[in-house]
Ligand binder design. Structure first.
Ligand code: KIV
Length: 295
């Protein structure tokens, strides 16, 4: 059954994503962290919107994703929720919100669904998270897995390094993907792995694979909104394709505003509010009276 949203496009759900894989239709996913960007992404027809913990870096200026909190993620998720009509809305559970204990994990995940309005939570890790995924799914919380280069494991990995390069690592990635599938994850993000490995996993699992830096043979692709638009700073990763240079557009506009205000060119008379004629005339009479009295 497809749920219509009152407009022509139907609502994307976890089942729609699975159908897309079965029908060999590629899936699109982008991050969004605020209401305006989420609205643009949703209206453009993107299938899946991720309130990624990458917001720690691109929105909040942290050096990595580790410091962002459940409260901060919730704040952004609620803003995004109010904009999204069609896309499947997923939120990242931040570092340490699902690492400490099962009760804590359930409570945090439930907040993202109940207060944030997300339709699924994403957690990083494969085989070792399988029991947790099962518990969340049992609690009616859909889960998106994330394996390969998992940014929350930054210190454990010793940096942001492409994963799955040795035979042993390839084998482990395959175990991870299959364990997530068995545990009930509705799809899995494959990040920073050789395209050949992503292709093998995509072929092997029935759930959709969404790649980022994992080559073209995944069931879908995800990018960080700011990377796609040229709004992030620093050298982009190899897989990033910049579709626009919005950073320069914003810089030019802000510089022009700065110049216009400082030269007096902004605001013009046409950009100003005016008094009604009668009030203006009355003010002139008062001013004239004051002048007469003072003479
Ligand atoms: O946080 C994020 O933006 C992500 C994507 C890179 C998949 O997890």
């Amino acid at each position: 059954m497809s749920i219509t949203t009152g407009e022509l496009r139907s609502k994307i759900t976890a089942s729609t994503l699975l159908e897309k894989k079965q029908n060999h239709e590629l899936i699109t996913c982008l991050t969004a962290y605020d209401n305006a960007s989420a609205r643009l992404v949703d209206e453009a027809g993107i299938d899946m919107i991720l309130v990624g913990d990458s917001l720690a870096m691109v929105m909040l200026g942290y050096e990595n994703t580790l410091p962002v909190t459940v409260q901060e993620m919730l704040h952004h998720t609620r803003a995004v929720r109010r904009a999204v009509r069609h896309a499947f809305l997923v939120v990242d559970m931040p570092f340490a919100s699902y690492h400490v204990g099962v009760r804590d994990t359930l409570r945090n995940a439930a907040k993202f669904i109940k207060i944030g309005g997300a339709e699924a939570v994403k957690i990083e890790g494969g085989e070792k998270r399988a029991r947790l995924v099962e518990t969340l799914v049992d609690a009616e919380i859909p889960v998106v897995g994330h394996i390969g280069l998992t940014p929350q494991s930054l210190h454990a990995m010793g940096g942001y390094k492409v994963q799955g390069k040795t035979l042993k690592a390839v084998e482990q990635l395959m175990h991870d993907a299959l364990a997530l599938e068995r545990s009930g994850a509705c799809c899995v993000v494959l990040e920073g792995i050789p395209r050949e490995v992503a292709a093998m996993i995509t072929q092997e699992v029935k759930i959709p694979t969404i790649g980022i830096g994992a080559g073209p043979n995944c069931d879908g692709q995800v990018l960080v909104f700011h990377d796609l638009l040229g709004l992030s700073f620093g050298p982009p990763a190899k897989y990033v394709r910049r579709y626009a240079d919005i950073g320069s557009v914003i810089s030019d506009a802000v510089r022009a505003f700065n110049d216009d205000v400082k030269s007096g060119a902004y605001p013009s008379d046409a950009e100003s509010y005016h008094l009604p004629k009668e009030t203006l005339a009355a003010l002139e009479v008062i001013a004239e009276r004051k002048r007469t009295v003072s003479v």
